[in-house]
Structures are given as C-alpha cells and as structure tokens.
Design a protein around this ligand. Structure first.
Ligand code: FAD
Length: 403
C-alpha cells in the first residue's frame, strides 16, 4: 500500500492514524508534529485551567498510542512547505524532505492575536501552563477580551477561583458569533451570577499587558490580559502551494482537498484546518473537537474504500460542547444568521433549549443548555440523511418533539 504522511500531531492526526490501523491499513505511516509533545486534548485547557496540572491533561481522551500505531513519529519536526507532485506530495521540514503518495493535513489552528495587541492567548498546553502560573499565586485582575466559547469558559473557572474577572466583548451579546445576539444573550445572566463583569457592545482600542482600553475611552486595569477572539487555521506554512479559502482548506465529503477542478490527488485535510462540504449544511468549518474526533474515520473509509455505515452516514452533524460559568451547552447542527431561533423553556424546570429554522421551515440546529436529555433529543432530531422540518409549537423541550 502507498505511504501515508500525516502533518500535525493533535486529535485529528491521532484519530487518522488510529482509523488507518482499525480499518486494516498496514502500510508505512509517518507523523510530523510541531509542539514536541505527545498528542493531548485541548478542551480541558480552559475548563480545567486551574484545577489540573501537567500531564494530567495530556492524552485524556485521545485513547490511542501514536508511537505504537505509526512507524515514524516526529513530534518536533514541523512542516515548513509542501510541494504537490504527481503521485503524491513532498513535505519539507528543517532537516529533511518527506515524500508520500498520500498526505493528510491535520495542523489544526492557532489563536488569533490582532496586530498591536500585547496579550496572552490560550491554545496550547504551554499557553495554559503560563496562564496558570500567573493566576496561581493569589487573586488577580483578569481581563478577557472576547466572550466566545473559550473566553466564557476561562471567565468561569477564574471567577470560581476568586479572581476579579472582566469580560469585554465587541458584539452585543456573549456567543453572538455562533449563536446570534438573541440566543447568545440568554447566557448573559450567567456572568452576573458567577461574579464576572461583562461589557458587551464594547470594542477595544488598545490591549496592553496591564490594561485594556475600550473604544469609548474606558480603561480596565489588569494584572493578566487574555485575548480570546478566535482561532485561525494553521495553513501559513503552505504558502500558495494549495488553494485556501479564508485561510482554510476546502475538502469534499471524503476530506479530499479541493482544487479549482476538483479533488487534488493524494491530498487530504481534516480537523480545524479544513472546511468540509456538506450536502445538508453547506460549508462546515472545523474548529470543534467532535469534527476532529470523528472526521478522520470518514476520511480513512473513503481513502481505503471501506463502505459507509448507513446509520451514521458520512455527513456528520456538527457538534460543539462547552462548560461555562457552571453551565453546560451543546449545539448540534449549524445555525446561519438568517435562521429564526425558537426558545423552549419550562417555567418549572432547569435550563432552556433552542431550535433554529430557515425561512422555509427546515430545521438547521438545536441547542441544549443544562438539559442533558435534550442533547440526545437534538441528535435524534437532526440525524441523517435529510434536515428535518420540525414545528416547535408550544413544546417546552426538544425531548417532546418528533421529526
Ligand atoms: P489540534 O488539536 O490543534 O492539533 C494540530 C496539531 O498540529 C498541533 O499540535 C500543532 O502544533 C500541529 N501543527 C501545526 N502546524 C504544524 C506544522 N506546520 N507541522 C507539524 N505540525 C503542526 N472544541 C469543542 O468542541 N468543545 C470544547 O469545549 C472545546 N474547548 C477548547 C478549549 C481550548 C482552550 C481550545 C484551544 C480548543 C477547544 N476546542 C473545543 C477545540 C478543539 O480542541 C479543536 O477543535 C481540536 O483540538 C482540533 O483538533 P485538530 O487535530 O484539528 O487540531
């Protein structure tokens, strides 16, 4: 069988190597990583920033031993360039060139730090260790820029540990990007209840290690400033070797990298680095754990010609989870800005759920907040093959709905 070269040594890379072996591939597999660390899980970096240390967050849910599965694992040999070639591609590192018939790009993403901002970011185990050291010795004033998934998670754990926490957000609500202002705004009371100061509609003008200045002139003094304003696919090293769309690699339903004329032979991409074409959802960006966990199995099945299980299909339902400010969120599907949210509440019960519909009545996404039963219901409602049309009527939970 042809050689496989996996670039990246995170979740998507590990799952790719594991899936190759699970499906019986016995050819040569080489892995190139950049961090010099065995693969580890990122979600605990924010959720357990202050209550887990060192190797305790390594390999927590990456239940595969990369070195036992692959033939050649180089955890500190980052790819610097790629040259597509007939019959595969060559990846250039500082000391070597690696050619393979099949190259899987799984380099993930990197935290965004806007030009001129002097702030920490949180994306790697190294970032987390640095942040934890700063917050470890007594109460600090922590200013977080960005009330997205990661900002909200860090705000919650820092406030619970006794720090003085402020979150500044340019949009009019937390999580406005992924959920919209109306639904994102439902999480606003969580901040006050956790003792976190939340300023929305508050774009920043200047970010320094000891203060954040807002566009309206207000100054928030800080001991620690963390920028949590998103992540960008790690594709800079590719230069213009492959076509990028907003920095991402577009892939088809088998995770083959798409060029102008269709899939490029021998080139695949999965995880945060890729944006996947979905029959139901359009272009689905990476950036979430579940896609890096489950995408590789689909990739490998397409690569090796292993038939698809009709029960699950190849078109995975996008899934994001988050534990923030003491609350659990699960988002299934992909709401678009034009979709109409319906909020489902039970006056006597905990939490809430949301169902999004397109103007034609097609259901695109469901959110469950502090409602474990509704997470399962959302999975059932959005199961493949087609997007359902669900009229929420006066239901108070997703569990009460049928597709
Ligand atoms: P990564 O895990 O980032 O792995 C990519 C690897 O490639 C990295 O180790 C990187 O160093 C390496 N690499 C980069 N460039 C090169 C190169 N040129 N050569 C070789 N190697 C390279 N998602 C959720 O759904 N829920 C959550 O609650 C959640 N929490 C998160 C909390 C934090 C703090 C962070 C940072 C992310 C969180 N995520 C969460 C997102 C989730 O962790 C990612 O979607 C997932 O890690 C993506 O896996 P990946 O393998 O594509 O990328």
């Amino acid at each position: 069988p042809p050689d496989v070269l996996v670039v990246g040594a995170g979740l998507a890379a590990t799952r790719t190597v594991a899936a190759l072996r699970e499906h019986g591939y016995d050819g040569h597999v080489r892995v190139l990583g950049a961090e010099g660390l065995a693969p580890y899980d990122r979600p605990p970096l924010s959720k357990h920033l202050l209550d887990r240390t060192g190797p305790a967050w390594l390999a927590d849910e990456i239940d595969a031993d990369l070195t036992a599965l692959a033939d050649d694992v180089r955890l500190a040999e980052p790819a610097r360039a790629l040259r597509p070639a007939p019959g595969g591609a060559t990846v250039v590192t500082d000391g070597a060139e690696h050619s393979a018939a099949c190259v899987v790009l799984a380099t993930g993403a990197a935290a965004v730090r806007p030009a001129g901002w002097e702030a920490r970011t949180l994306h790697t185990a190294h970032d987390a260790a640095g942040l934890r050291a700063l917050l470890g010795s007594g109460p600090r004033r922590l200013v977080l820029v960005g009330a997205g998934w990661i900002g909200a998670e860090v705000a919650g754990v820092a406030a619970a540990a006794g720090h003085d926490v402020s979150v500044v957000e340019a949009a009019d609500a937390p999580l406005a990007g992924p959920l919209g202002v109306e639904v994102g705004g439902l999480t606003r009371p969580w901040y006050a209840a956790a003792g976190v100061r939340l300023l929305t509609g508050a774009p920043v003008a200047d970010v320094r290690p000891d203060a954040v200045t807002l566009a309206d002139g207000r100054v928030l003094p800080a001991d620690v400033v963390l920028a949590a304003v998103g992540a960008r696919p790690a594709t800079a090293w590719l230069g213009d070797a492959l076509p990028l769309h907003q920095g991402r690699l577009r892939v088809d339903d088998g995770y083959r990298v798409l060029g102008p004329g269709g899939p490029l032979p021998g080139l695949l991409a999965v995880g945060d680095v890729a944006v996947r074409r979905s029959a139901r959802y359009g272009w689905v960006p990476g950036g979430h754990w579940d896609a890096a966990l489950r995408g590789p199995d689909v990739l490998v099945r397409h690569l090796l010609g292993v038939p698809t299980d009709p029960a699950t299909g190849d078109d995975l339902v996008p899934y994001v989870f988050s534990t923030q400010l003491g609350h659990d969120l699960a988002l299934l599907g992909l709401p678009s800005p034009g979709d109409e949210p319906t909020v489902l509440r039970d006056p006597g019960g905990a939490g809430f759920s949301v169902l999004w519909s397109r103007p034609d009545g097609t259901t695109t996404a469901a959110l469950a907040a502090d409602r474990p039963r509704d997470v399962g219901a959302a999975r059932r409602l959005l199961a493949p093959p087609a997007l359902p049309r669900i009229d929420p009527g006066d239901a108070t939970s997703l569990a009460a709905l049928r597709r």
